[in-house]
Design a protein around this ligand. Sequence first.
Ligand code: HEM
Length: 237
Amino acid sequence: GDLLIQICASDPLVVPVAAAALLNRAGDRVHERWRQSGRRGTNVPVGAELAAPRNLLGFIDGIVGPHTAAEQRRDLWLTGPSAVAGGTLAVVRRMELDLPRFAALSVAEQEAVFGRRRASGAPLSGGAVASGPDLGAKTPDGRYLVPANAHVRRAHANVVGAGLMLRRSYSIDEPAPGLLFISFQNDLRTFTATLTHMDAADALLDFTTTTATGTFLILPGFDRQRPLGAGLFGVHT
Ligand code: HEM
């Protein structure tokens, strides 16, 4: 598709109504090609002014990301070309999750897949939820506390050598239980390099099947003086 529209509401009934109204206003100029609804679970506080929901596997999802203004300037917002400065790039990816097979694992085995505690979200290397995992920490007999193939190690920005991505994913139950993964970053390589590093050996991938993917430019914010896309299309009020 050419255009991504994300419609969010705290009351789920509002979403299809808003979608129908927007499509009606667009008339023949816009044809809907693909639609996916998803839900965010209840937010769990994970740090100062930061909260994230659980996903269908039961783990808190959305802890690590560009949360400070400096990190957002570095890794989230586009600095140019000037028409899109202040915008960002979105990767949308629908993944089915094998819930029965994951549920058959013990809690310790599930936690080894991610590298974090299921109940609290704390890294297996210890410390608070919001603190990143200590990837060098080992047991007395020399095994990594965060296993070599744990998702948080394989996807870790420093291990990958990429920037931070703002992950804001949604749980889905249609067409199959899974995750509508959405990440925002100012460089697509942040996503592709992370995925390549995961592909080589990420325990989580045994439980996921990707069934849709796309990337989109997200325009900078707008106000009455500068409508959405004003910089790109030269619109002035
Ligand atoms: C259905 C598939 C996926 C699930 C269920 C999932 C879930 C999670 C969870 C629970 C965490 C740990 C908590 C957190 O930091 O938010 C995490 C971390 C992370 N995930 Fe995923 N994820 C999935 C796929 C992906 C994909 C495709 C990417 C990118 C290519 C990705 C990138 C990351 C990153 C960058 C982190 C932070 C790692 C760190 O620095 O600790 N994930 N994910």
